[in-house]
Design a protein around this ligand. Structure first.
Ligand SMILES: Nc1ncnc2c1ncn2[C@@H]1O[C@H](COP(=O)(O)OP(=O)(O)OP(=O)(O)O)[C@@H](O)[C@H]1O
Length: 311
């Protein structure tokens, strides 16, 4: 087992940031930790890194108790923090070298591994440059090089693609897959469900300090397989229309999104015709209909009644 967490509790005053959370992560997984802002993802990561003091529970990493074997465990973990952490007045090479040194690498072994890590993130050509000239995406990639230079068994990435350009974002996602193919276990937190859907082998959805659903992308979608959804594009839809549609037999949920009325109905019922009828009979103009494939956003919405994305 790479990570085994039992009954973890973290309070900030009255606020319960981790609510008796339990979790297991197996070797070779890309474990996607998904949840809205404030769900407790960073608190969970920080407690796994020994940076946050918890009030209860147990954390074992590589089958060892974190409290007892902290120093030994730390040597085999790499971290890409949410906030960029680099020295602007050191070159790219020196930044990575500094971390390599902290992890105990020396001499030619260190030089080779620093070059290898920089090459891995596509920054070898720029190793003599200072990161203050780098774009946000390049800085983030440099942070990844710093996190992997000592060839850890577990790499933890906390929202590594927030606020960066699409090209760097893709590069980062590709590098996660490559690391994983080399046998490294990855924990990847995000509130971008498409990212997690695309790379994770196993996904935990977090809300209010708890893991509320856990499984593969497919298994999570099967959780909500009892419901199907349609998106009806309507001119000026309002709550009166929503209420009328909600009364149709089989309809289990409705929501308004700008020019769209999103309707969920129980599998096996077919209220589409009736919905179209109600929309037109009530004098609204229907511009189009699409049936939506379930995605993780919908899993989250169904389980919690609220949206995963808030930006
Ligand atoms: N140092 C702190 N002091 C007080 N409350 C905190 C502190 N850090 C986190 N919290 C609270 O704990 C809860 C979980 O926060 P956390 O940052 O772990 O969430 P998150 O899922 O990582 O969110 P984000 O996506 O915004 O990083 C939030 O309600 C937050 O306000």
């Amino acid at each position: 087992m790479i990570v085994e967490i039992k009954d973890l509790v973290k309070r900030y005053g009255e606020e319960l940031a981790l609510d008796h959370l339990s979790l297991k992560i197996l070797p070779g997984e890309i474990f996607g930790l998904l949840g809205p802002n404030g769900a407790g993802k960073t608190t969970l990561i920080n407690s796994m890194l020994g940076l946050t003091k918890v009030q209860g529970g147990e954390i074992r990493i590589f089958d060892k108790d974190l409290g007892i074997y902290y120093d030994r465990i730390k040597k085999e973990v790499g971290v890409v923090p949410q906030e960029l952490a680099l020295y602007e007045d050191l070159t790219a090479y020196e930044n990575v070298e500094l971390f390599a040194g902290l992890y105990g690498l020396r001499g030619t072994d260190k030089k080779e591994k620093v070059d290898e890590a920089l090459a891995f993130v596509g920054l070898l050509e720029r190793k003599k440059q200072f990161p203050k000239k780098f774009s946000g995406g390049m800085k983030r990639r440099l942070n990844i090089a710093m996190a992997i230079v000592h060839q850890p068994k577990l790499v933890i990435m906390d929202e590594p693609t927030v606020g960066i350009d699409p090209q760097s974002r893709n590069q980062i996602l590709e590098s996660v897959k490559t690391l994983n193919r080399r046998g490294i276990t990855i924990i990847y937190t995000s509130h971008y469900m498409e990212e997690v859907e695309g790379i994770a082998t196993n996904i935990g959805i977090m809300d209010k300090g708890r893991i509320i659903a856990l499984g593969t992308n497919r298994a999570l979608k099967e959780l909500i397989d009892f419901e199907q959804r349609g998106s009806f594009t309507v001119e000026k839809p309002d709550s009166l229309l929503r209420e009328a549609v909600e009364r149709i037999s089989g309809v289990s949920s409705t929501s308004l999104e700008e020019e769209r009325l999103i309707v969920g109905w129980k599998k096996g019922t077919s209220p589409m015709g009736e919905i179209v009828k109600v929309i037109t009979e009530q004098g609204y103009t229907l511009r189009g209909v699409t049936v939506k494939e379930p995605n993780l956003e919908q899993v989250f919405l169904t389980l919690t009644g609220k949206s995963l994305r808030d930006d």
